[in-house]
Design a protein around this ligand. Structure first.
Ligand SMILES: [Zn+2]
Length: 275
């Protein structure tokens, strides 16, 4: 299967792929009206606007660093995943959506998050001795609650690190536990132009191993920017061995490239001979 991911409503309606992911809530806090028939892409705790409006809401690390866009290694603001009001509002918004949903910015924004007073207290009062396990339980519980409210398929975005244990340590994402509640995982492997490609296969293969035996689909997201269609088609053919779906992050200017890639991989167009 091939899909397009966009925040452009016209492109979303153009029907280029088998399905379209459409940004409904973005990490900067902006929102779009959902579009019928598309997969609504919803940022969970990534919400710069919420964090700017109330900096106390940002997740905080053991050394007191807040997860805001101006902190090193953070490109957007991240609300603490145990913020009860934020969680309730987010679940309510997910319930209002119709059809398929993809969750992004799922989990804690780094290994040393979150050490706010509420998280310290909730961990101390929990049945867990290990903070990593507690964090994973927080995220899994949220995804389980989300799954009960989403009426279509639910896809969770994973950080592209399939090394065993890394996703739990980094974000509190326990893939085995999450797999009970989601239909699929989406892994972004984006790099405009793809000057090198060896890492794509390594990571895709790693996730195939990680998801072995689980009843979930694997979607891989690629960038369609600054690349020739034949080269992106070549990358697609290689990654299709590992993934159930290839999703192209597409700006309106790159729509033609994606269309040409799909013509090639679907066999509607013969590849150009290259020297
Ligand atoms: Zn916290």
């Amino acid at each position: 299967m091939y899909a397009v991911l966009t925040d452009d409503p016209d492109l979303a309606r153009a029907g280029i792929g088998d399905r379209t992911y459409y940004f409904v809530e973005y990490v900067d806090g902006t929102t779009n009206e959902p579009l019928e028939g598309t997969v609504a892409s919803v940022a969970c705790w990534g919400d710069t606007a919420a964090v700017e409006a109330d900096p106390e809401r940002a997740a905080v690390s053991a050394d007191g660093t807040r997860a805001t866009p101006d902190s090193e290694g953070h490109h957007w603001g991240t609300v603490c995943p145990t913020d009860p009001d934020y969680r309730a509002d987010l679940l309510e918004r997910l319930e209002d959506l119709e059809g398929d949903v993809r969750l992004t910015t799922l989990g804690f924004p780094g290994e040393s998050f979150c050490h706010c007073d509420r998280c310290d207290r909730q961990f101390a009062e929990s049945e867990h001795d290990d903070r990593t396990a507690w964090r994973s339980a927080v995220v899994t519980e949220f995804v389980a609650d989300a799954a009960m409210r989403v009426d279509g398929e639910l896809t969770a975005t994973l950080y592209p690190d399939p090394y065993p244990g890394h996703l739990e340590e980094r974000a509190g994402l326990d893939v085995q536990a999450l797999a009970e509640h989601v239909d699929g995982f989406l892994v972004p492997l984006c790099s405009p132009g793809y000057e090198t490609t060896y890492w794509l296969e390594s990571l895709a293969r790693g996730f195939t191993t990680e998801l072995e035996g689980l009843e979930v689909d694997l979607s891989i997201q690629l960038s369609a920017a600054e690349i020739e269609p034949e080269r992106l088609a070549e990358i697609t053919r290689k990654l299709e061995e590992y993934a159930d779906e290839i999703v192209y992050g597409t700006y309106p200017d790159d729509a033609e490239v994606v269309q040409q890639v799909l013509n090639r991989v679907r066999g509607k167009d013969t590849p150009k001979m290259s020297a």
